[in-house]
Ligand binder design. Structure first.
Ligand SMILES: NC(=O)c1ccc[n+]([C@@H]2O[C@H](COP(=O)([O-])OP(=O)(O)OC[C@H]3O[C@@H](n4cnc5c(N)ncnc54)[C@H](OP(=O)(O)O)[C@@H]3O)[C@@H](O)[C@H]2O)c1
Length: 250
């Protein structure tokens, strides 16, 4: 039987790293992609994945990554997970540079990886593209404008591509998580561990990186005629973007 091979972007931490682990456990060959070489090297040693240091905001870097991946054989899945948020400015206070940076990684980063690998995914005869958007890709919230705009862009890539690929052997799957407690996401967004901890304060069991990797791996391991268009996943404590049950510490 053919060994399936996936490229996972944003693999140096959080959801991406957990996805590399779970796909390796499921028997896939995996190429882990991110900017931090040390983290990728450690993950590769742990899991047997290979890795390519790549900046998804850079055309040449993505082209070089794709060339290296394709020189190693067929590719069956792209998990376009690299992304993130910057700050919580209101629209009135928004910084154009922050918005540009969020658009670069969450929208154009996905686009670059998709266009670089799409011919090979089609050629494989059973390709998959998984886009990590967010519930922010579906609903606005105060102080989230730049991230919400960018994640609507990630969602739009998935939704448009699925239509454009109708009849071709490539599934397009969108995973939209709500509150996920990963080690770095909120710290990078808010600039300190204290501020990051407050995001999850009193929330019983936010989703974990492993929960999201489980969802990704589940969709990828369905029979290939079975396409999960969109999977929205949240912790039980988060009924909607603004409806989060928090223990009051009584
Ligand atoms: N945590 C949440 O609450 C949550 C909820 C919904 C959706 N999401 C989405 O899920 C994805 C993963 O989030 P996470 O929580 O796992 O965050 P994370 O731990 O901060 O992971 C982000 C990953 O993206 C990589 N990355 C960032 N910029 C990059 C670039 N220019 N080129 C290549 N790689 C880049 C980072 O690695 P390097 O820095 O090494 O490049 C890192 O591996 C993101 O798209 C995020 O927006 C997260």
């Amino acid at each position: 039987m053919t060994t399936l091979r996936a490229v996972v972007t944003g693999a140096s931490s959080g959801i991406g790293a957990a996805t590399v682990r779970q796909l390796r456990e499921a028997g896939w060959d995996v190429v882990a992609v991110a900017r931090r070489a040390e983290k990728l090297r450690a993950l590769a040693e742990e899991t047997g994945a290979s890795y390519v240091v790549t900046d998804v905001t850079d055309d040449e870097s993505v082209a070089a990554m794709a060339a290296e991946v394709l020189s190693g054989g067929p590719v069956h899945a792209l998990v376009a997970n690299a992304g993130g948020a910057i700050g919580t400015d209101t629209i009135a206070e928004a910084k154009v540079d922050d918005w540009r940076a969020m658009y670069e990684v969450n929208v154009l980063g996905v686009l670059r990886c998709v266009t670089a690998l799409l011919p090979a995914l089609e050629e494989s005869g059973r390709g998959d593209i998984v886009v990590l958007s967010s519930t922010a890709g579906h609903i606005a919230y105060e102080g989230g404008g730049g991230y919400v705009a960018a994640k609507h862009g990630s969602h739009t890539i998935a939704a448009t591509l699925r239509l454009e690929l109708a009849g071709k052997p490539v599934r397009v799957i969108e995973i939209a998580p709500g509150m996920v407690r990963t080690e770095e996401f909120s710290r990078k967004r808010l600039g300190s561990q204290d501020a990051a901890d407050k995001v999850y304060e009193g929330v019983e069991h936010p989703l974990t990186a492993e929960d999201c990797a489980d969802a990704i791996t589940w969709t990828l391991t369905r029979p290939h005629h079975f396409n999960v268009d969109l999977m929205v996943i949240r912790p039980l404590a988060q009924a909607a973007q603004h409806k989060v049950a928090r223990n009051q510490g009584l």
